[in-house]
Design a protein around this ligand. Sequence first.
Ligand SMILES: [Zn+2]
Length: 105
Amino acid sequence: MAQQPDLICNVCKTNKAIGVAAVPGVPMSVAYCRECLKANSHPMYVLIANTICAGGLENTIEEWKQTVLDSLKHQDKTLEWFNEQVEEGIKSMDEYGKEASNEGN
Ligand SMILES: [Zn+2]
């Protein structure tokens, strides 16, 4: 029987995962290693996508802001970098919205 490959953490993509858990506040589960779980560190693409849907970090609840800050700290990224990603995403969603509403004309 073929051996199952080790499940790697979806956050740091380095350590062996200890299990799969839900991202807080997001209907999605990813694999976590012990270090990322302990640090409250979650995949950036999930944090960015969910914050884009909220229209920016300023529109999110305190628990979400803390989750973002903990993840940024653990992954050596800045809040400025995060806000830039979110802004770009909101802009491209706005563009898509304009295109979609022009299609009927
Ligand atoms: Zn990890």
